[in-house]
Design a protein around this ligand. Structure first.
Ligand code: OGA
Ligand code: NI
Length: 207
């Protein structure tokens, strides 16, 4: 799988140079369709996403308007497992090249209904700072300019890069370093969002 190794190499390079990486056609069109099918299943119950954790948890639509459904790897649909096993390989590769000490990941399906957004923020939560790398796979098949919903990543001196959430595009960035936001989308915006952690997920709850 030379292609996959090339993708991983480019992602690791971009991460080292800029703190973020973008990779188009991370998965095939067929795989994108399969994941869309899973997300559009009526059985799939999404919940309004909040901000903060535990004691500090709030639902605040003026900050974020998305709906999420956490993924449990062992119960996940085959297409989701296939994607997440590629993530495990990428995590291995990044560990060999970027020394972030990644040990595990968590992920959820994400739906931003038309008219929603996520204001400028950083992904490390106060009570749980094990998020090292945010990764997002976009699943929007016919996204065109004007549909909004760009991921805006802020860099030095308040300059920024806008990334359109087009299907098959994979983005990852350093969770504790880069502020970012999701601009208002004009139509439903679908993705799978995850974080690579420097601690095992199962150990987080012991704290
Ligand atoms: C997040 C986030 C960006 C995106 O979920 O924390 O910033 O493009 N998502 O969906
Ligand atoms: Ni974020």
């Amino acid at each position: 799988m030379k292609n996959e190794i090339n993708q991983f190499e480019n992602i690791a390079d971009e991460l080292a140079n800029n703190g973020f990486a973008v990779c188009d056609d991370f998965i095939s069109k067929k795989h994108t369709d399969d994941l869309l099918g899973i997300m559009n299943d009526e059985e799939m119950k999404f919940k309004k996403a909040g901000i903060g954790t535990q004691d500090n948890f709030q639902l605040n639509t003026s900050i974020r308007g998305d709906y999420i459904k956490w993924i449990q790897y062992k119960n996940a649909a085959p297409a989701t497992k296939e994607y997440l096993s590629k993530i495990l390989q990428l995590m291995d590769y990044i560990n060999k090249t970027c020394f972030l000490g990644l040990k595990d990941f968590e992920s959820h399906y994400t739906r931003y209904p038309a008219g929603t957004f996520y204001k400028r923020h950083i992904d490390q939560l106060k009570f749980n700072d094990h998020r090292r790398l945010t990764f997002i796979l976009y699943l929007n098949k016919s996204w065109i300019q004007g549909d909004g919903g760009e991921l805006r990543i802020y860099q030095k001196n308040n300059t920024f890069t806008n990334i359109e959430p087009v299907g098959g595009r994979f983005v990852c960035f350093r969770s504790e370093l880069l502020e970012h936001e999701v601009l208002e989308c004009k139509k439903d915006r679908l993705s799978i969002t995850g974080w690579m952690l420097n601690e095992l997920e199962s150990l987080k709850f012991l704290k």
